[in-house]
Ligand binder design. Structure first.
Ligand code: P6P
Length: 358
């Protein structure tokens, strides 16, 4: 049969199918150092956790006892889903015998989980939210996981993880897993943002996109408008602005990872401001806002608390919350401008008031 009849597979697709996550991570390093091997092995463990959780999620609806609430409340004061515990235990299991990390700090555990035999100084700690958006789990909507890798900054005698209370620039590797129609893993080591799609037939995460860049502006604003009356007036003014102006559309899934992934690829802004109930917002800094802020900046975007760069914030406790405004540079700046204007008017008002009262 002539060439025209041959079913030629373009070479690039074969090569691309061989660009697995672990190979891509190694390529991020200039040489095959111990650090390169450690980070690649750690990312492979994260990928294994993602595969195990994907498998559970895809069958949970058919498994007795896999879904629903445990009846417990976590350190956040939130009702715990059975899937939260399962996913948390998966991360512990895949790292316990790995010799790769000393500690695991999770949204689901008040204190870090220690793996004592792996705790010489300088060892790694994985911080993670095992199932982000678990309110979506029982209704088969997208959920995610967020992770950040840090290195021990000194001894941790009291085993409270106090040396983890550092700003987001100390993150060595960050990423998230999006459990959607396909399972996507997005990561950065500080050299761009790269996405991988799980090929179930191979059991491998295959490179999908390298050096992802967030558009400088996008149409999406993603926020829970049900909190409108709990926000500062500056945020309400911003919301009224996007309501009145053409070119904006609201998208909100209740799961940060899915909402952020849309912003990463299409542009726009996600915000979870402080509310009357939670003045510091709902999202946790060390394993939600800071990893995503690192990704956003690596992709040419911006991440702010509304008044300061998220990556500069130094937490006072492991589960500290922070307001979050993240996404396209222009859209984050627009939200910040409403906060700055409001703050200025407030201080002018106070000055006028005090001048009148003299
Ligand atoms: P609300 C999920 O519980 C989560 O931590 C994020 O994934 C999500 O963005 C947010 O909370 C949703 O919170 O108050 O809008 O339901």
């Amino acid at each position: 049969m002539g060439n025209s009849g041959q079913n030629l597979v373009p070479e690039y697709s074969l090569d691309r199918d061989c660009t697995t996550l672990s190979r891509h991570v190694l390529q991020q390093f200039s040489s095959f150092t111990t650090e390169a091997q450690d980070i690649s092995a750690i990312m492979s463990r994260v990928a294994l956790a993602a595969k195990l959780i994907t498998r559970r999620l895809s069958r949970a609806g058919l498994m007795a006892g896999a879904l629903g609430f445990t009846g417990e409340t976590n350190v956040q004061g939130e009702s715990v889903k059975k899937m939260d515990i399962y996913a948390n235990d998966v991360f512990i299991s895949v790292f316990k015998q790995s010799g790769l990390v000393c500690r695991l700090a999770s949204e689901e555990m008040e204190k870090p989980y220690y793996i004592p035999e792996n705790c010489p100084i300088g060892k790694y700690t994985l911080l993670y939210d095992p199932i982000d958006g678990s309110s979506n789990v029982d209704i088969n909507l997208n959920v995610g996981a967020i992770f950040a890798l840090r290195q021990q900054q000194g001894d941790d005698i009291d085993q409270t993880g106090s040396d983890l209370l550092q700003n987001g620039h100390k993150q060595i590797a960050v990423g998230y897993v999006l459990y959607g129609p396909s399972t996507v893993l997005v990561y950065s080591l500080g050299k761009g943002v790269h996405s991988f799609i799980l090929d179930p037939s191979l059991g491998e995460f295959i490179l999908a996109e390298e050096n992802i860049q967030i558009p400088t502006h996008g149409p999406v604003y993603s926020v829970n408008e049900g909190n409108y009356w709990q926000w500062e007036e500056s945020i309400r003014e911003y919301i009224r602005y996007v309501h009145r102006h053409e070119g904006y559309t609201a998208r909100y899934s209740g799961a940060l990872v899915g909402d952020f992934h849309r912003i990463l690829l299409q542009g726009g802004v996600f915000l979870y401001p402080g509310t009357v109930k939670n003045p510091a917002g709902k999202l946790r800094l060390l394993y939600e806002s800071a990893p995503l802020a690192f990704l956003a900046e690596q992709a040419g975007g911006k991440a702010s608390t509304g008044t300061e760069r998220v990556l500069d914030v130094i937490p006072e406790k492991i589960h500290q919350r922070s307001p979050l405004v993240i996404g396209s540079v222009e859209d984050v700046k627009l939200v910040e401008s409403f906060i700055q204007d409001w703050t200025r008017r407030e201080s002018e008002g106070v000055r006028e008031m005090s001048a009148r009262n003299k």
